[in-house]
Design a protein around this ligand. Structure first.
Ligand SMILES: Cc1cc2nc3c(=O)[nH]c(=O)nc-3n(C[C@H](O)[C@H](O)[C@H](O)COP(=O)(O)O)c2cc1C
Length: 212
């Protein structure tokens, strides 16, 4: 089973679509989990997990953890907030500390696809991709594909953005009377390069697991 996790707090938006596109290009069982509305606290360093590699904090994480351990591979969709993984995704990744005690490494060798959504286009220097990769490597996972998918800046839907000199609407378009459709970054299915990367990632997972 391939598990797709979208770390976006906005259900059914770009991050969800990108993760689901990877899953739909995998021929086999898949499962999708959205972190929207989930309560996942950060790791509190209680070390309750060191005995049996299970997190003892009772929130929405343990159920996701169970699916992560069961999965043959994982797709992580992580929104870029301030050039960092957003807080929901970050909490999830911190809690993965529970999988790796006494040389057990429950996620070891699982292939992982990392997607970061945002308006930043600098894939090579993406801090979000680097941070998420660091987390996954700490769990001895195997990153098989990592890439950016375009998403819009909140300034484009903020009703105060037209005169806002600090916002992205003015930065990208100058002062305008209205936001016209061509100014808006495209929805996921109107981004052929992003769609192709997701389709390819699904095939990479397929190939990786068929060889195993
Ligand atoms: C608080 C906040 C901070 C953000 N900071 C950045 C940023 O630094 N760089 C960037 O490329 N996108 C940034 N974004 C845009 C989000 O990455 C983008 O809206 C999100 O990935 C869209 O995913 P979704 O459609 O699944 O919600 C920010 C969005 C929010 C809400």
């Amino acid at each position: 089973m391939i598990l797709g996790i979208s770390g976006s707090p906005r259900p059914n938006r770009i991050t969800d679509h990108a993760v689901k596109k990877v899953l739909s290009n995998y021929e086999g069982e898949t499962k999708f989990i959205s972190l929207a509305g989930k309560h996942i606290a950060g790791c509190i360093a209680c070390l309750g997990c060191t005995k049996d590699n299970g997190c003892v904090i009772k929130d929405d994480f343990p159920e996701i953890a169970e699916a992560m351990v069961r999965a043959d591979g994982i797709v992580l969709g992580v929104p870029n907030y301030y050039d960092m993984p957003n807080a929901l995704s970050h909490s999830l990744l911190e809690r993965c500390f529970c999988f790796r005690h006494q040389s057990v490494f429950q996620l070891k060798d699982k292939p992982v696809v990392i997607i970061s959504t945002g308006y930043s286009k600098d894939e090579e220097n993406s801090q979000v991709l680097k941070i998420v990769e660091y987390f996954t490597k700490s769990n001895k996972m195997n990153v098989v594909s990592k890439f950016l998918v375009g998403a819009y800046s909140q300034c484009y839907t903020c009703k105060y953005s037209l005169p806002c000199v600090d916002g992205n609407v003015v930065k990208n378009n100058g002062f305008v009377d209205e936001i016209t459709p061509e100014m808006l970054p495209p929805e996921f299915d109107k981004q052929p390069a992003s769609v192709a990367k997701c389709e390819n990632a699904g095939r990479i997972l397929q190939e990786y697991l068929s060889k195993k």
